[in-house]
Design a protein around this ligand. Structure first.
Ligand SMILES: Nc1ncnc2c1ncn2[C@@H]1O[C@H](COP(=O)(O)OP(=O)(O)OP(=O)(O)O)[C@@H](O)[C@H]1O
Ligand SMILES: [Mg+2]
Length: 296
C-alpha cells in the first residue's frame, strides 16, 4: 500500500469514527483506501459497521473523527449532486431508494434529472434493466415487487446514471443463486471492462475470491485485516474471530487436508481451483476414459 500518491486513491478514509446519537460506536478509527478501478469488498458479520461505513463514504453520515477524501477532495467540499454524479450508491434496503410509482419511472428518474434527451433516457433504462436481468419488470408497480426484484431495480437505477464508481451495500443479499451470480458478474464486468471502481459491503464469502481484488474485514467498527482473498481466507483464526467462515469449497478442502491428510497445496478458494488440485491427486490409473483437463 505504499508508493501511491494521495490523489491516486479514489477513496481514502483515515481514522474515521462514528457514534450514533444514542451512543453506539459503529466505527472506531477506520482506515480504508480504494484505488481507481479496484474491486474491494468490505466483509463483516452483522452489526460490524458495514452500512455505517458506506454511509460515511457517501456523505450520508458525517464522521465524528477522521477524514474522507473522494478523488483527493474532502467529501464535505462536494455538493450531493456532484458526489452522486461521480458515485452510484446502492443502499442495503431498496425501499430507501425507490420512490417512483413504476419501475420504468424509477430507473429513468436519475438520467431524466440530468436533462438527457428522452430517447437517451429510454435507452439507458432498457440497458440498465437488461443488465440486472429485470427487463420484464419495466412496467410493474414498484410497491408490488418482491425484495429481490426491488434490489435489482435499485441497482438498475444507479447503473442508468453511468457512474464512474459504485458503492453497494449488500447488493446480492436476498437475491436467488442465479440473481447473485448475475449481479456479481455484472459488477465484475463493469469493473474490468469500464474501469468502474466497486466497493461492495457484504457478509457473504463464497463469490468474493472470484471477484474482489482486495477484502477489508471489519469487526465491531474496526479494521481487523485487509488483503487479497488468499491472505484473508488463509487466516483462519481471524476469520473465526470476525464471525465469518471460509468459502464452502475452501472449508471442504481445509478439512480434507486437516483431518484426512489429503496432500493439497495451499487453500483453493474457488470450485475451479479446487477441482484442478483434486484432479492432480488422482492417480492416472484411476481415471477411466478421457480426462479433458489433464489432456490439455
Ligand atoms: N440508526 C442507528 N441508530 C443507532 N445505532 C445504529 C443505527 N444504525 C446502526 N446502528 C448500530 O451500529 C452498529 C453497526 O451497524 P451497521 O448497520 O453499520 O452494521 P452492518 O455491518 O451493516 O450490519 P448488517 O450486516 O446487519 O447490515 C450496530 O451495532 C447497529 O446496531
Ligand atoms: Mg448493513
Amino acid at each position: 500500500m505504499t508508493g501511491v500518491r494521495d490523489g491516486e486513491w479514489a477513496v481514502k478514509a483515515e481514522g474515521v469514527s462514528f457514534v450514533y446519537p444514542e451512543g453506539t460506536k459503529a466505527l472506531d478509527g477506520v482506515d480504508f483506501r480504494v484505488r481507481k478501478g479496484e474491486f474491494v469488498a468490505v466483509l463483516a458479520s452483522n452489526g460490524s459497521g458495514k452500512s455505517t461505513l458506506i454511509k460515511v463514504l457517501t456523505g450520508l453520515l458525517q464522521a465524528k473523527k477522521g477524514t474522507v477524501r473522494i478523488s483527493g477532495r474532502d467529501i464535505r467540499e462536494y455538493s450531493s449532486k456532484a458526489l452522486y454524479q461521480e458515485i452510484g450508491v446502492v443502499f442495503q434496503d431498496p425501499d430507501d431508494q425507490l420512490f417512483c410509482a413504476s419501475v420504468e419511472e424509477d430507473v429513468a428518474f436519475g438520467p431524466r434529472n440530468l436533462g438527457l434527451p428522452e430517447a437517451e433516457v429510454r435507452n439507458r433504462v432498457s440497458t440498465a434493466l437488461e443488465a440486472v436481468g429485470a427487463i420484464g419488470l419495466r412496467n410493474r408497480a414498484v410497491h408490488h415487487l418482491s425484495f429481490g426484484e426491488k434490489k435489482r431495480v435499485a441497482v438498475a437505477g444507479v447503473l442508468a446514471m453511468e457512474p464512474s464508481a459504485l458503492i453497494l451495500d449488500e447488493a446480492t443479499a436476498g437475491l436467488d443463486p442465479a440473481g447473485e451470480a448475475l449481479m456479481m458478474r455484472l459488477l465484475h464486468r463493469l469493473n474490468r471492462e469500464r474501469g468502474i471502481m466497486v466497493i461492495l459491503a457484504t457478509h457473504s464469502v463464497d463469490l468474493l475470491p472470484l471477484f474482489a481484488d482486495r477484502i477489508c474485514v471489519l469487526q465491531r467498527g474496526k479494521v481487523l485485516k485487509e488483503g487479497t482473498a488468499e491472505a484473508i481466507f488463509c487466516d483462519h483464526e481471524m476469520i473465526e474471530r470476525a464471525g465469518l467462515r471460509l468459502p464452502y469449497i475452501s472449508g471442504l478442502l481445509h478439512d480434507l487436508k486437516q483431518y484426512d491428510g489429503v496432500p493439497i497445496e495451499g487453500l483453493p478458494l474457488t470450485v475451479g481451483d479446487a477441482r484442478k488440485r483434486l484432479l492432480e491427486l488422482i492417480p492416472e490409473a484411476l481415471i477411466v476414459g478421457k480426462c479433458l483437463w489433464r489432456d490439455k
